[in-house]
Design a binder for this molecule. Structure first.
Ligand SMILES: C[S@@+](CC[C@H](N)C(=O)[O-])C[C@H]1O[C@@H](n2cnc3c(N)ncnc32)[C@H](O)[C@@H]1O
Length: 318
């Protein structure tokens, strides 16, 4: 099978042709079985049928992984528990992290809390032997930033396992020193949006996963191409890649995205929290009346107590 290629075909049939044990990192963002409208795939199946299909493509991923390989899975609430069990109990992977990716512009719900997160499971084949480039993703610690603690590790700390962005907060509530990473969902108005697929993932999120769990030159597998984010980011970060996408329409558009992407191109979206409030296609942003908001994690200074009744304020994170 030719590397650096996106195939317009069913991923289970396609993955059967990948040599066993040849993939360093696989990332899958499958349909969540929630009735989402794709152009070819029908996203509303009986639960048993969906889970049986998950076992089939999951087994194909696991077969393709090297003994030192890593698998990241994005999945919604509805099947997160069952899917985690399939990969751990039936397919023999080990779960290293259960990351929550929290985003705004989630699904507005009427009779339940609005959905604003996706589960990201970080699985490995061998819990004693896998790639985890922790120095590539370190962030400053509170010991360094807030307490000036001499015991602080100068290299910073690993990020939390909740990855957040509330774009409306970014300018006012977060500073460059914050130690959580923020990734907005790629909304219709954002400049990053390719425009043909509603499930496009942010490049910065894939960037973190690929940089942590693989090295330049490694091979990345993406069974569910979608808008092509995984493949685009793999190429930009100088990884080899192999992908599948059922829809001809999506596959054609991924091909043209890949054509216009070069190794070393910067990832779309901002990695820096303070500027990660997304740019819209026409650069639209609300004018701020307070260009220098207070730093919420700066060392506390004594402020006079207000006598007035407390007002309701937007918390910085939740
Ligand atoms: C949630 S989307 C992936 C979005 C992607 N992560 C992105 O950032 O654009 C899932 C994709 O899987 C594709 N798909 C569904 N069944 C498939 C199959 N059996 N083989 C290959 N692709 C499939 C759908 O057409 C859809 O584009």
């Amino acid at each position: 099978m030719k590397l650096d290629t996106l195939y317009n075909r069913d991923c289970i049939a396609g993955m059967a042709e990948i040599p066993a044990g040849s993939i360093d990192l696989a990332f899958a963002d499958p349909p969540f079985n929630i009735g989402y409208t794709y152009d070819v795939y029908e996203d509303r199946r009986a639960a048993d049928e969906y889970l049986d299909w998950t076992k089939q493509w999951g087994a194909a991923v696991v077969r393709a992984l090297k003994p030192t390989g890593t698998f990241w899975l994005a999945i919604g609430d509805d099947f997160a528990a069952e899917t985690k069990m399939i990969f751990q109990r039936e397919l023999g992977l080990f779960c290293r992290s259960w990351v929550i990716w929290y985003y705004t512009f989630g699904v507005n719900c009427k009779f339940k809390f609005s959905r604003s997160h996706t589960h990201l499971f970080h699985f490995v084949k061998d819990p004693k032997n896998f790639t985890f480039n922790h120095d590539a993703i370190r962030v400053p610690s509170a010991r360094q930033l807030v307490y000036a603690d001499a015991r602080a590790d100068a290299k910073g700390r690993l990020p939390d396992d909740t990855w957040i962005l509330r774009p409306q907060d970014a300018a006012h509530s977060f500073t460059p020193e914050e130690d959580v990473w923020y990734f907005p969902r790629v909304c219709g108005t954002f400049k990053e949006r390719a425009g043909f697929h509603g499930c496009q993932m942010p490049e910065q999120l894939l960037g973190r996963i690929i940089e942590t769990s693989s090295n330049p030159g490694d091979t990345i597998l993406e069974p569910f191409g979608g808008s092509g984010t995984t493949l685009i980011v793999a190429k930009k970060l100088d990884r080899r890649f192999l992908g599948f996408e059922l829809s001809k329409n999506y596959a054609d558009q991924i091909h043209s995205r890949l054509k216009s992407t070069k190794i070393g191109d910067p990832l779309s979206g901002a990695a820096e929290p303070t500027v990660s409030a997304p740019t819209t296609a026409n650069g639209k942003q609300r004018k701020t009346t307070n260009p220098t908001p207070p730093n919420p994690i700066a060392p506390a200074t004594k402020r006079p107590r207000k006598k007035s009744a407390p007002t309701l304020q937007t918390p910085s994170m939740f």
